[in-house]
Design a protein around this ligand. Structure first.
Ligand code: TRP
Length: 460
């Protein structure tokens, strides 16, 4: 068995730093912006239940699989498969990941740009006195306006590129350790305010009471896609971060902690949003604008709301940033390690080309309606295909690789740090990555795409 330990590579400094960095990647707009609106569009309670099931059964094991591949190979996603499975087609999985990084960042930076505008608006008190329909118009007109969303998107991309250029490992660890708990506190505050609004209970019922009549193949696929998206799995982000984890860290407990933290924040975001959605009479299926309409409404109901609103949007921007850097890092690690580019050149090339795709994404929201197919604009297409196609597909290959291509001993050695750790769940994990996860992902995937009609497929 080859030994890759002799490569001199920077590592995350501490155990808590590893969790902070991986949680920083996982916790982002996926939790606070995407989770509430996708849950809203897919019926609430039943969606949440399936979502949590997927996190436990598939998500956390895929995350651990990515850590195993990354730390064992000490490489970016393409290089990882190349060194662990030489002279095979496996590196293609890494290339799917690189493609996914492009599609994810393109639309993600559009939304991240919106959060910058909303931070700006909260600083200048731009929401004051606005009622629901005014806030709805404000969001709709802004997102479709072209020019200023574009500028904010570019600013965000630039910030991401600057951090990635300086090296992910020093910065992220330091900041996420402090900022993530702060974000948690503000969200809990928002939950409390939202829960004390008149009519709040309806929102809780929507979120927590499963209505199984709403489930179809499409809802299940959306839940799978959202669980992958939210955990940052399926494209090699956590292979890359895994390669920076020290050989002494416990990969399994890291994967579990990160999965729990990520799920907790998503549920809390739901608890903050849905009571308010019902209290203010906003449609749960309002789409990507849901939180941008709901949150300013909640803040307007809080004494000193503007202050908390500013802090909240600052934290949201940072949460988004710790996610975008983790995606860009995948492309940069690939370019530097596989194509021997300098970090500077790699960062410029990667962020520049993604920015071009991102611009079209933003323009498809308004000024360029021709950028759409079958009623979905480029933004929707990239958002849906990355979460519901690229990530599950990547995840499927990742578990197949760990379950069937690596040997049982290799996997156990990696998760137990060569038997220094006692890992109780190792056989459960092996069983999941060999059988449960690949079968479940394939079924959900085929059924959701309508290719396989066992329990009523749906449209994407
Ligand atoms: N998980 C992040 C969020 O919820 C987004 C993200 C970062 C991501 N890296 C990823 C999604 C890799 C998929 C794959 O905001």
């Amino acid at each position: 068995m080859a030994n890759f330990d002799n490569l001199s590579r920077e590592n995350f400094g501490s155990r808590i730093g590893v969790i902070a960095a991986a949680a920083g990647s996982a916790i982002g707009l996926g939790n606070i912006w995407r989770f509430p609106y996708v849950a809203g569009e897919n019926g609430g309670g039943a969606f949440l239940l399936i979502y949590i099931g997927f996190i436990i059964l598939i998500g956390a094991p895929v995350m651990l699989s990515e850590f195993v591949i990354g730390r064992k190979s000490q490489r970016n996603p393409v290089g990882a498969f190349r060194v662990l499975a030489p002279k095979t087609k496996w590196p293609l999985v890494g290339y799917i990941g690189i493609a996914a990084a492009f599609t994810i960042l393109a639309f993600y930076t559009t939304v991240a740009g919106w959060t910058l505008e909303y931070l700006y608006l909260s600083i200048v008190n731009g929401f004051s006195g606005q009622n629901k329909s005014e806030l709805q118009n404000l969001f709709g007109e802004f997102a479709a306006s072209g020019y200023s969303p574009l500028i904010w998107q570019l600013v965000f991309m630039l910030l991401t590129a600057l951090i990635v250029f300086k090296g992910v490992k020093d910065g992220i660890e330091k900041y996420t350790k402090i900022l993530m708990p702060l974000l948690l506190i503000i969200i809990i505050g928002l939950c409390i305010r939202s829960l004390t609004l008149p009519g709040a209970s309806e929102g809780l019922i929507f979120l927590f009471k499963p209505d199984f009549s709403k489930i179809n193949g499409n809802v299940v696929l959306q839940a799978l896609g959202q669980s992958f998206f939210s955990l940052s799995i399926g494209m090699g982000t956590l292979i890359t971060y895994g390669s920076y984890i020290s050989k002494k860290d416990n990969l399994g407990s890291t994967a579990v902690s990160v999965s729990i933290a990520d799920t907790l924040i998503a549920i809390l975001a739901g608890v903050a949003i849905f009571p308010a959605v019902f209290a203010f009479g906003i449609a749960p299926e309002a789409g990507p604008g849901l939180v941008f309409i709901t949150l300013p409404m909640i803040f307007s109901q809080i004494t000193g709301g503007q202050f908390f609103e500013i802090i909240f949007f600052i934290l949201l921007v940072i949460a988004a940033l710790t996610s975008t850097i983790s995606v860009l890092e995948v492309v940069v690690a690939y370019l530097t390690e596989e194509l021997n580019m300098s970090r500077k050149k790699a960062t410029i090339l990667a962020s520049g080309s993604i920015a071009v795709l991102g611009l079209f994404c933003t323009l498809s929201m308004g000024p360029m309606p021709e950028l759409s197919i079958a009623g979905m604009n480029l933004f929707d297409i990239l958002e849906k295909t990355s979460a519901n196609i690229f990530l599950p597909l990547g995840g499927l290959f990742i578990v197949l690789f760990v379950g069937w291509k690596l040997s049982k001993e290799q996997v156990i050695d990696e998760i137990s740090n060569n038997n220094l750790l006692k890992v109780r769940f190792k056989y459960v994990f092996l069983f999941i990555v060999r059988f449960i996860a690949p079968i479940a992902i394939s079924l959900v995937f085929l059924n959701g795409l309508g290719l396989f009609n066992a329990f009523g497929g749906g449209d994407l």
